[in-house]
Design a binder for this molecule. Structure first.
Ligand SMILES: [Zn+2]
Length: 397
């Protein structure tokens, strides 16, 4: 990739053709040609060409002349979406537990923007900036862990002394360009069953910093409904459809606290992960019209080889469950972009936005999809990442 010859060979392998021209310079550096473009931010779902120049999207049109393009990326028969936004990943490779390098697990699979959900805390945030944010090709943001330890320990709140709100607040102020929210995990390991106390500290930190709070729900000392009652408009619940400690009660009905939270503007995320997505829970929730707001992978080194694989596979599970392609794509593009205050337009293909584009094959056949508990479903369609473009640069699978 460093050398132009190998890059040319690589682009040929992707079906990218250089277009040679006499006369004036082509108008577009790259044209993504002929794909079915799904851009929920503008309710677009049709065959279009995308013209890219200077790293931004400059035109969407039904037929951009090939002579206007320096390079053409053939997307005929493919699904073309805004670069995906995965709001729950773990990419502090080498420092926090289960970190994985984002360019492999995310960018190459169609996710151009990711939020690392709590791997970094106040004491490890500077390292996260230097070793991940500044080195990855993937656009990486942070949901800062309430615990100063981040996930260097998986018992990060085993002492509430680690919930140093002043220190976290200073870290946010010094890193506003990369911190987009707060993360707290409600687990059994929280010191002395003080889970509600930890949650209130996290909520106060988010309030003071004017960023959303993402709360990991599950089996903890307090019931999930008590956590949901603490959340405010703009906050995000992750692991909503896990097997135990989900948004369902023991009889499979959506908790009244979850319905009330949604009314208040609280968002519900998936965060599939190795232990946090159950087909049974998802089927019961969707039967009650409780759809996710965002669909995230919770990708990490412990689930990249299955059952998660990538965000596209997680999205495919929701296609199988009956959500439309447009609804599913919205959960990983336009909706996360509305929830988190990114400094530039993301999750959209509108003209002027960063040229972040994901290209997928919508494969048809029989695909066995597996949840976090090992349950399987046989799906007839699967979104398979083919090529990612970020800032106008083409990346391989
Ligand atoms: Zn996670």
């Amino acid at each position: 990739m460093q050398h132009s010859t190998s890059r040319r060979a690589f682009l040929r392998a992707l079906g990218v053709s250089p277009v040679l021209l006499a006369g004036s310079a082509p108008r577009y550096d790259l044209v993504v040609q002929g794909g079915r473009v799904i851009d929920p931010s503008r309710s677009v779902s049709e065959r279009l060409d995308i013209g890219i120049a200077g790293g931004v999207i400059t035109r969407l049109a039904s037929d951009i002349p090939e002579s206007d393009a320096r390079q053409i990326l053939d997307a005929r028969e493919k699904i073309v979406t805004p670069g995906l936004i995965d709001v729950h990943v773990h990419v502090y490779d080498g420092v926090a537990g289960v970190g994985i390098w984002p360019d492999k697990a995310c960018l190459a699979q169609g996710s151009t923007t990711v939020l690392d959900a709590g791997s970094a805390g106040a004491t490890t945030l500077a390292g996260f900036r230097s070793y991940v944010v500044e080195r990855a090709e993937t656009r990486v943001g942070v949901l800062l862990n309430l615990s100063t330890l981040g996930l260097t320990s998986m018992r990060e709140l085993s002492s509430l002394a680690y919930a140093d709100v002043d220190r976290a607040a200073r870290a946010i102020e010094e890193n506003r360009d990369i911190v987009f929210g707060i993360k707290v995990r409600m687990t059994r390991d929280i010191e002395g069953g003080k889970d509600l106390e930890a949650l209130r500290l996290a909520r106060q930190l988010a309030e003071n910093a004017s960023v959303p709070l993402m709360v990991h729900i599950g089996v903890a000392s307090s019931p999930v409904g008590r956590f949901l009652d603490e959340l405010r408009s703009g906050d995000v619940v992750t692991h909503s459809f896990r097997a135990r400690g989900s948004i369902l009660d023991a009889s499979g009905l959506v908790l009244p606290e979850a319905l009330e939270a949604r009314q208040r503007g609280v968002h519900f995320d998936i965060g599939h992960g190795a232990g946090n997505f159950s087909f049974d829970t998802a089927e019961r929730a969707l039967e009650q019209d409780f759809l996710p707001d965002t669909i995230s992978s919770d990708i990490h080194s412990g689930n990249f080889d299955g059952p998660v694989f990538d965000l596209a596979t997680t999205l495919s599970k929701f296609l199988h469950l009956g959500m439309s392609l447009e609804q599913t794509i919205a959960c990983a593009t336009s909706t996360p972009a509305e929830i988190f205050s990114f400094p530039e337009p993301l999750g959209t293909l509108r003209e002027g936005a960063a040229a972040d584009v994901a290209i997928f094959e919508l494969a048809e056949g029989h695909f066995e999809l597996t949840d976090s508990g090992g349950a399987t479903r046989s799906a007839a369609r699967k979104l398979v990442p083919v090529t990612t473009v970020k800032g106008g640069v083409v990346y391989p699978r």
